[in-house]
Design a protein around this ligand. Structure first.
Ligand SMILES: NC(=O)c1ccc[n+]([C@@H]2O[C@H](COP(=O)([O-])OP(=O)(O)OC[C@H]3O[C@@H](n4cnc5c(N)ncnc54)[C@H](OP(=O)(O)O)[C@@H]3O)[C@@H](O)[C@H]2O)c1
Length: 248
């Protein structure tokens, strides 16, 4: 049966690749984002990819405006006549040197990636649990798995988010709420443009394919590409004296 999916972050990068895959297989979509003109363009692109005259709707939601979350979720729910799946890829990134030098942007990043994403999920959780469950798929990062020199601040925002998503899954899985925490490694999108590519760099569609599989199976944690699960086992187990020495 076709899913009824709300996507926050579908205008760019991995979110757009994911929305395209879901549209192509006939899932219904409602896009949320902060730029209405961009949302309209994306909705038209997605509609053209749908099998048979499907409709993609959209409305405004800015992760920096938490007071409007309730109305945004209600509008998305109305447009889909009750969503059963939510995907949140929206988030901010900057390099560690830029964040250390710009505490105003650091505050925005910490707020968007952690506090406001959690608050947004809390709004969604109520809707999904009231109808017996559904899927909440949220993008964290491998950067949240261990405190590391190049991602001290960004990684902290994602570590908090990963911990929240794990707790949510433990508490509500039995009530039907499937929480999926996605942990990508380096993916070639606007977010990483101009950065040196580490090993195992991936394209957005590779990650999107893996995430669609995780949504269908209800996998609670997914590393994408999967090699990052092994890399992070090693990184998580390195002793502190090694972590202080290396630059990774
Ligand atoms: N790329 C990577 O290497 C990588 C690695 C690990 C984890 N991740 C995580 O994966 C997710 C997707 O990354 P990506 O590379 O696809 O990023 P991206 O290409 O930069 O796209 C980010 C998306 O977030 C939206 N967004 C940003 N701030 C927002 C706000 N205040 N309100 C609403 N929407 C907002 C953007 O919307 P606009 O169109 O309005 O800008 C855009 O659709 C992020 O959570 C990121 O942290 C990425």
């Amino acid at each position: 049966m076709a899913l009824k999916v709300v996507v926050l972050g579908g205008t760019k990068g991995i979110g757009r690749a994911l929305a395209r895959r879901l549209a192509a297989r006939g899932d219904r979509l409602h896009l949320l984002g902060r730029d209405l003109a961009e949302l309209a363009t994306c909705a038209a692109d997605l509609q053209a990819r749908m099998p048979s005259g499907g409709q993609v709707t959209w409305s405004a939601c800015d992760l920096e405006q938490p007071q409007a979350f309730g109305a945004a979720v209600a509008e998305a729910d109305g447009a889909l006549a009750g969503f059963d799946t939510v995907i949140i890829t929206a988030g901010l990134f900057a390099t560690q040197p830029k964040l250390e030098a710009d505490l105003a942007f650091t505050q925005r990043l910490l707020t968007v990636n952690f506090a406001n994403t959690v608050l947004f999920c809390e709004h969604l959780r109520g809707y999904l649990l009231a109808r017996g469950g559904g899927t909440l798929c949220v993008f964290s990062s491998v950067a949240g798995d261990r405190g590391r020199k190049p991602v001290v601040l960004y990684g902290a925002s994602k570590a908090g988010l990963s911990a929240y998503l794990e707790g949510l899954d433990h508490k509500f899985r039995a009530s039907g709420l499937k929480t999926i925490c996605v942990k990508p490694g380096f993916v070639r999108t606007g977010m990483t443009e101009g950065l040196p590519e580490p090993p195992f760099a991936a394209d957005p569609d590779q990650v999107a394919a893996a995430v669609v599989g995780a949504i269908d199976k209800g996998t609670p944690v997914i590393y994408a590409p999967p090699i990052w699960a092994l890399v992070m086992i090693v990184i998580r187990n390195l002793p502190r004296f090694v972590m202080r020495k290396i630059g990774f």
